[in-house]
Every structure is written in structure tokens, then in C-alpha cells.
Design a protein around this ligand. Structure first.
Ligand SMILES: *Cc1c(COP(=O)(O)O)cnc(C)c1O
Length: 379
């Protein structure tokens, strides 16, 4: 019998990584413009994170979450300080989907209601609760029945939101910028409206910042950029720069009655050490500010290249270093050519969007390298 992964792998074998680059077994250098699903936010194997992991692993690799340890307490305090508004009560878990499961459970428990409102094209994860709030049928159909009581509204439609969020609603789940659904930023007015209708109905406003968070959009959290405070904020992906961590930050009124929830690996010391090092670096080096500046440069260079070379691109959109390039023909062919001919790795978002989520530490040279390669591939 030959062992293998259930799902297909790409024909590129990676052995090591440093900064914005991954290296193949044969020494080939790949520019990782997906940051491996936005996880390598500070670049691959960032030295400060590696050192924190090594030190903590040698000291204490794991202890059950009911015994306080300094490294976890430090992370609780850091997240409370960095949380938007007063969503400063912290739940730690091991992935994005689990952070959303917790958000769903906490909101139901705190409100005593069950209905959830989510958005068309939205993505919240693959476990049966988060999957129920995810839009795409392809992800859901083989696994039904999912958690019930989810109503979907078109993203960006204020009226539909006002109609759907009612006295039976426990929570409204929103990505401030839809990621997997094709890089669609919400307007500030829409997010403000979401704040108003949830407040009026007594429902929790949940921002899923699993992809947008930790500096990617030019602010630490995308909701800060538009000045809207959620009741619950979920994060994961880049928050521990490669180790599995999900966080659910909640306001007091949710934390007062969260029900009973738990996870054996919640807040393991090594993961907490990696997150502390990541967050310290993000804050001390103003990584969000850097992402805003380089993102602006990359977007304008992309737009200029599309015009100059008359490239088959319908639109370039996004905020900070979360950028979607909507191409006229299939995105997968573009991605394959970028990888195999130009040694640049990026991600799809649906059939026609090339999604860029590069490490937040890239500079203008990396941006130029990407734009030149894209021109090569699309011409
Ligand atoms: C990736 C993602 C998730 C799921 O996170 P996992 O760690 O893969 O479970 C949820 N929501 C958004 C917006 C995401 O981008």
C-alpha cells in the first residue's frame, strides 16, 4: 500500500523558506505571494518567531489550559490591548474554523437565540458550524445536514441586512473584505449599517478577520480602518506566523454567558510564544503601515501594467496587501504559469480571480518582480 494525502498536491516540493521565498529540494527559489494562505505574515521562518518557539519548546511544550502559564497570560494581555474597542475577552483555539465555531456558540449562548445571518460568497471555514455559514454549495452539499438556522444575504446590500437581522438573530457574521469569495471589500457605510442593525436587534456583530487581520489591510484589524467595533472578532492564519492558532475576542456582554466550551490544545505554550513574537514584531515594526504603503505601490503598478500592456484583466481591487486581480480567462492557468515559468506562487479566489496575500514584509522589489512576471504570463 502506498500512503498519501486525501487531496491533490502541487508538483512543487518545498524544503525550506526564508522571508518572502520558499526553496524547492532542487534549490529553485519561489516568491511566495500567497504567504501560504496568509499564514507567513512576517515571512517564512522569521528569526524572532523561530527563537521564541525554540526557547518555549525547551522550557515547556504543553500544559493543560487550566494552569496559568506566563506565556499564555502575556498573550491574553497583548490581545486584550490590541483588540478593537472593548472586545478584550480572549478565547484561544487551533484554527480559523474553530474560532468561528466558538463565536457562533458564544453568540447563541449569550443571546439565547439561534438564527445566524451570513453573506453570499462568504467563507468561514469547514467544520459543520462554520461550514453552515459558508456560501459555496460545493463545500457543503456532501456533508449535510449542517448546523441549522443560517440565512444568507447579498454582501453589501444594506436593505437585505436590515430585513434579515431581527429579534431572533444571535449573530451576523461578516468578513470586512471577502477573501475566498474573490477579494471584495465592503464599504465603510455597509459595515456601519451592520453595526446599527445588530445593535438595534440585540444581535452580536461578528467580524471574521481570519484573513484580513494582523496588519494585512494596512491596519492591525480591517475594522479599525473603517472605525466599526464588532462584538466578536475572530482571527487565525497569520497571527502566530505559521503555528496553528485561532483567537475569538469578545465583549463583556458575550463573555458573561458564553456557555460551556473547551479544547485540549487551547493556548498551548509554544503556540502562544510564537503569537507573542509575531504580534510584538507587527506592532514594533509598524508592519500594518508598511503593508499599506507597499500594497498601494503594488496596486498602482499592477493597474499601470494592465493599461500599458493592454492585459486581459477586468479589475484590480483590494486593500493593503490583500489584492485580487480579476482576469478575463481562467485564473488557474495564470497561477500555473506563474508557478512553473516564473517561480511565483499565488492563490486563486474562485475561477477568475488571482489572489495575492504576500508576506507583509515584502518591499517594492518583490512587487516589481511580481508585476513583471504577471506581464510575461498574461501577454
Ligand atoms: C481561512 C479562513 C477561514 C478558515 O480558517 P482555517 O484555519 O482554514 O480553519 C475562515 N474565515 C476566513 C475569512 C478565512 O480566510
Amino acid at each position: 500500500m502506498t500512503g498519501g494525502f486525501v487531496f491533490s498536491e502541487k508538483p512543487i516540493q518545498i524544503e525550506s523558506g526564508e522571508g518572502a521565498y520558499l526553496y524547492g529540494e532542487d534549490g529553485t527559489e519561489y516568491l511566495d505571494f500567497g504567504a501560504s494562505y496568509a499564514v507567513a505574515s512576517l515571512g517564512h521562518s522569521h528569526p524572532a518567531v523561530t527563537e521564541a518557539i525554540q526557547e518555549q519548546a525547551a522550557k515547556l511544550t504543553y500544559v493543560q489550559a487550566s494552569y496559568p502559564v506566563d506565556v499564555r497570560t502575556e498573550l491574553y494581555e497583548k490581545l486584550a490591548t490590541l483588540a478593537p474597542g472593548d472586545a478584550d475577552n480572549v478565547w484561544l483555539c487551533n484554527s480559523g474554523t474553530e474560532a468561528n465555531e466558538a463565536a457562533m456558540k458564544f453568540a447563541r449562548s449569550a443571546t439565547g437565540r439561534s438564527k445566524i445571518v451570513a453573506t453570499k460568497r462568504g467563507f468561514h471555514g469547514r467544520t459543520l458550524g462554520a461550514l453552515a455559514m459558508t456560501w459555496k454549495d460545493k463545500y457543503k452539499e456532501p456533508f449535510e445536514p449542517l448546523a441549522g438556522g443560517v440565512e444568507f444575504v447579498p454582501y453589501g446590500d444594506e436593505e437585505a441586512l436590515a430585513d434579515a437581522v431581527d429579534e431572533e438573530t444571535a449573530a451576523l457574521f461578516l468578513e470586512p473584505i471577502q477573501g475566498e469569495g474573490g477579494i471584495h471589500p465592503a464599504s465603510a457605510e455597509y459595515l456601519r449599517h451592520a453595526r446599527e442593525v445588530t445593535e438595534e436587534a440585540g444581535a452580536a456583530l461578528v467580524f471574521d478577520e481570519i484573513q484580513t487581520g494582523v496588519g494585512r489591510t494596512g491596519d492591525l484589524w480591517a475594522c479599525e480602518g473603517v472605525g466599526v467595533e464588532p462584538d466578536i472578532l475572530t482571527s487565525a492564519k497569520g497571527i502566530a506566523n505559521g503555528l496553528p492558532l485561532g483567537t475569538t475576542l469578545v465583549k463583556d456582554w458575550i463573555a458573561e454567558d458564553p456557555g460551556d466550551h473547551g479544547s485540549t490544545f487551547s493556548g498551548g505554550p509554544v503556540v502562544c510564544a510564537a503569537a507573542n513574537a509575531t504580534l510584538d514584531t507587527v506592532v514594533e515594526e509598524d508592519v500594518p503601515g508598511h503593508a499599506a504603503a507597499v500594497g498601494e505601490y503594488l496596486r498602482s503598478e499592477l493597474e499601470a501594467a494592465v493599461d500599458e500592456h493592454d492585459l486581459p484583466v477586468r479589475e484590480v481591487r483590494g486593500v493593503g496587501l490583500m489584492i485580487g486581480i480579476q482576469v478575463k480567462r481562467g485564473a488557474n492557468r495564470v497561477l500555473k504559469n506563474l508557478a512553473l515559468s516564473e517561480q511565483i506562487l499565488a492563490l486563486p479566489a474562485g475561477r477568475t480571480v488571482v489572489r495575492l496575500l504576500p508576506p507583509l514584509v515584502i518591499d517594492e522589489r518583490h512587487a516589481d518582480q511580481f508585476v513583471d512576471s504577471l506581464v510575461e504570463v498574461l501577454q
